[in-house]
Design a protein around this ligand. Structure first.
Ligand code: AMP
Length: 590
């Protein structure tokens, strides 16, 4: 595998000259993490010295870390909202960054129910590209021969809008897939995908998924790795195959693309790829018509060496299902990134999901870490093994000392760069796909539904808790409700309770509603009404396990199996949202 022993890096013998260069770069950055960070902050401060934001804090030309940290506050998105709004409205003066803001990246984190808008500048694309370019050189150290086949990745663009001032607002991956960096990428034998660009770039999610899966089936023996960004996305693709395999078999048998695929660039591109292959069609029918879908991935794509999906953080809930479909293939979590900035990569991508650590690359942004329970932020190289921190970034695009909201635990170091286990995102109660619902959003949704319940039949929600049910694909939110029924003659009807489900969905944030409406990645919300007295039993159970009676609070989300089982055993009726909530790509103004 190694080309030349002289190229060998401390990480291992690289697969080719290009990889050797990438691995040397990782070594250089991680060995000099502190100096890289110091220089990077100085560069950002020099470059943005004349911005309105930095001038406000009278740095007086200083570019050192101590002055910066003593004069600038650590902030959240809410603190920056007025500046962001002005930029979105068209103010082109240097407010946050001396380089013009080229677009806004719409985060899956929300503020006032809408996606947060993260400013970015053109050159950030190069920085993201740089991080991407390090992933395969690392992977090649662990899995040889990836240049002998293809990756079947399910990648999608999502809808985008323009801000009132005319800047594009779109998710970071949509921005990347539409960029020249991605579309005109030079041929690289280690990065050949089964999905044509035409399919990835098709805005219609059905046509995009259909074509990507069809191409993956046609090329099944070349597939060496199977992936999506997040685990939920890969499971959605498998579900799609479950629902559509006979259509795929039909297309493959006849050599004609399904008439529902109307996108002209897809049709043109597929006319060169799709040829009648009755044998393959028969194989797909045989594999898919059985009820047993265990190991379906390795049955259809037998040369798959690993799954490339993020299964850390909220995605860990999907590990057992992915193991079932893949027969226990390794799951590689290769990188850690966000709309604010890309953070780092996993230098040991074949490690078990529970042991995944990401090495933050010190050239991506200036990083600080607030110890959990503390206030004073420490430098990248000063974090301590075993401790948990909240991540704070200062980016080239003008975010200064910005709290990302992620909690990380230090697991070790690669040279002087720390490695982090992703612990959780702050304030997330429920998540199925990219949706993130916090406690106050859920509370508001229940209040709105409870109001409706009261208007229709005089009842109220006495107690509630929730559960992210991922036993089906797509997963869905379950709300356990104990009711306060004042008048037995007006017991809430099934219709009223289904309307309450929809009312709750209407109240949830726009990422949730987009997942429901545009991505079909979250199923209808369900209310399970439980017997009176169930929440008292829940309290008794918690107290029997050591909770203090005085301090007991109803958990607003449960995931401990015995508690879910207790709740489920007390369910008297279940009701699902009867329709899709309202969602459009347009943002609501504050
Ligand atoms: P977004 O701003 O929508 O791109 O979401 C970024 C967030 O997704 C991060 O701040 C993390 O909370 C989460 N995330 C990204 N990469 C990972 C990962 N590898 N493991 C766990 N969570 C991740």
């Amino acid at each position: 595998m190694a080309v030349d022993s002289n190229l060998s890096s401390p990480l291992g013998p690289p697969a080719c000259e290009k990889d050797a260069k990438a691995l040397r770069f990782i070594e250089e950055m991680t060995r000099n993490a502190d100096v890289v960070q110091q220089n990077l902050l100085a560069e950002i401060l020099r470059r943005n010295a004349e911005t309105e934001y930095l001038r406000r804090f009278n740095l007086g030309g200083a570019t050192d870390r101590e002055t910066f940290k003593s004069k600038l506050p650590i902030i959240t998105y809410e603190d920056l909202q007025p500046e962001i709004q002005r930029i979105a409205d068209g103010d082109r003066s240097p407010i946050l960054s001396s380089h013009p803001i080229s677009e806004f990246l719409t985060s899956s984190g929300t503020s006032a129910g809408e996606r947060k808008l993260m400013p970015t500048i053109k050159e950030e694309l190069d920085r993201r590209q740089l991080l991407y370019s390090l992933l395969m050189p690392v992977m090649n150290l662990y899995v040889p021969g990836l240049d002998k086949g293809k990756g079947m990745y399910f990648l999608f663009v999502k809808s985008e809008t323009k801000t009132p001032g005319g800047l594009p607002a779109r998710p970071v991956l949509t921005s990347y897939y539409k960029s020249e960096h991605f579309r005109s990428r030079p041929y690289d034998p280690y990065n050949v995908y089964t999905s044509p660009n035409e399919a990835i770039l098709c805005p219609d999610s059905f046509q995009s998924m259909y074509t990507q899966m069809l191409c993956g089936l046609l090329d099944r023996l070349s597939v060496l790795r199977v992936g999506a960004v997040f685990a939920s996305g890969l499971l959605r693709a498998i579900r799609f195959l479950q629902l559509n395999w006979s259509r795929f078999a039909h297309d493959i048998e006849s050599g004609c693309l399904d008439s529902e695929i109307t996108d002209s660039s897809i049709r043109e591109c597929m006319s060169g790829i799709l040829k009648p292959d009755p044998e393959l069609a028969e194989f797909i029918r045989q594999e898919c018509e059985s009820d047993n879908w265990e190991q379906i991935i390795t049955r259809i794509w037998p040369n798959t060496k690993y799954l490339d999906v993020i299964v850390t953080g909220a995605m860990a809930q999907y590990i057992p299902t992915l193991e079932y479909y893949s027969g226990g293939l390794p799951m590689a979590c290769t990188m850690y990134a966000s709309s604010e900035c890309y953070f780092g990569l996993n230098l040991n991508p074949m490690s078990k999901p529970s042991e995944v650590s990401y090495t933050i690359m010190p050239n991506m942004a200036y990083f600080e870490f607030i110890p959990l329970g503390g206030t004073k932020a420490v430098e990248l190289v000063d974090v301590k093994i075993g401790k948990e921190y909240e991540l704070v970034v200062t980016t080239y695009a003008g975010l200064c000392r910005y709290r990302v909201g992620d909690i990380l635990r230090v697991t070790g170091f690669h040279n002087s760069a720390p490695q982090f286990h992703f612990v959780r995102r702050k304030n997330v109660l429920l998540s199925i796909d990219s949706d993130k619902t916090d406690e106050s959003e859920l509370q508001k949704a229940v209040e709105n539904a409870s109001k409706l319940l009261h208007e229709e039949c005089g009842s109220r929600v006495a107690e509630y808790t929730s559960y992210a049910d991922t036993s089906t694909i797509p997963g869905h939110y379950v709300l356990y409700w104990e009711l306060l029924v004042r008048d037995a003659a007006r017991h809430p009807s099934h219709e009223t309770l289904t309307r309450c489900c929809l009312e709750m969905e209407e109240s949830l944030n726009s990422v949730y509603r987009q997942c429901r409406v545009a991505d079909n990645s979250v199923g209808p919300l369900e209310i399970r009404v439980v017997k009176n007295g169930t929440f008292e039993e829940l309290m008794d159970y918690a107290i029997s396990r050591g909770a203090s009676i005085n301090q007991y609070k109803v958990p607003r989300c449960v995931n401990f199996t015995p508690i879910v089982e207790l709740l489920d055993s007390r369910v008297v009726s279940a009701h699902f949202s009867p329709a899709l909530p309202h969602w459009t790509p347009e943002r609501r103004r504050r």
